[in-house]
Design a protein around this ligand. Structure first.
Ligand code: COD
Ligand code: ATP
Length: 212
């Protein structure tokens, strides 16, 4: 029998990866749509031939993988390019994640980090028992992404402009985790509280606040 399957989403830089790490520390089996996308577009990845056909060799780097900066610049400057990239990658991401979910250890709590869950709700909702939204003000998303990735503000704003609004995400959430605070321990505590609410006390020895 499979365990609870939780979709974790939020805008760029909202804190999804940090929140997923907190779920993992409690014993959840975590899967990441961005990581699947990166594997598909790495040298020799299953999407490389299709990318070359769609966009030409100039979107590939010297190793034959996707040149991410070049693709990012094109995809977020032109919605038609982004839609073409998504049409090519999203069905493959969907298939790979479904296979990974089916291969998860029996009974494990599964947490799926899916940045575009709300934008692709029809694809993901049937796969999930619960949706958790990591929420923070847009300005905080911008600051965090600029600090983490070194992107200029305009680049972060261009990505945010192509994503679902905060309100659209909150409308489909079964639970919202507020990550506005600059104290990451507050995020860990919120994840732990949600685990307790849905699943009971975390297993002994697991979790950010466990002794030892
Ligand atoms: C455009 C690409 C090459 C840029 O790569 P880069 O390494 O710079 O960014 P990375 O993949 O780490 O994504 C960072 C964040 O950008 C945002 N983002 C990525 N793709 C999209 C998109 N199509 N629409 C809106 N936001 C997006 C997400 O918040 C994501 O977490 C890459 O994001 C990509 O291949 N995107 C298409 C696949 C996709 O939709 N991925 C999202 C997972 S479902
Ligand atoms: N509560 C917090 N306090 C301080 N820094 C934080 C907090 N939450 C996240 N961060 C930092 O902000 C940055 C973005 O967080 P994270 O990578 O978890 O976001 P994400 O939603 O997974 O982003 P992306 O959509 O780009 O994958 C990271 O450098 C992370 O360490």
């Amino acid at each position: 029998m499979r365990g609870l399957r939780i979709g974790l989403t939020g805008g760029i830089g909202s804190g999804k990866s940090r929140a997923a790490a907190a779920w993992a520390a409690l014993g959840a089996h975590c899967l990441d749509a961005d990581a699947v996308a990166r594997a598909l577009t790495a040298p020799g990845g299953a999407a490389i031939d299709a990318l070359r056909r769609a966009f030409g060799p100039e979107v590939l780097d010297a190793e034959g993988g996707l040149d991410r900066a070049a693709m990012r610049a094109r995809a977020f400057a032109d919605p038609a390019v982004r839609e073409q990239l998504e049409a090519l990658l999203h069905p493959r991401i969907g298939t790979a994640l479904k296979e990974a979910m089916a291969a998860a250890p029996a009974g494990a709590v599964q947490v799926l980090e899916i940045p575009l869950l709300v934008e692709q709700l029809a694809r993901w909702r049937p796969q999930l028992d619960r949706i958790v939204v990591i929420d923070c003000p847009v300005e905080r998303q911008i600051e965090r992404t600029m600090a983490r990735s070194g992107w200029p503000r305009a680049q972060v704003e261009a990505v945010i402009a192509q994503q679902a609004s905060r309100a659209a995400r909150l409308a489909v959430a079964d639970a919202v985790i507020d990550n506005a605070s600059e104290d990451p321990a507050a995020l860990d505590a919120a994840v732990q509280a949600l685990w307790t609410r849905w699943l009971g006390p975390p297993p002994p020895g697991e979790g950010a606040h466990a002794p030892g």
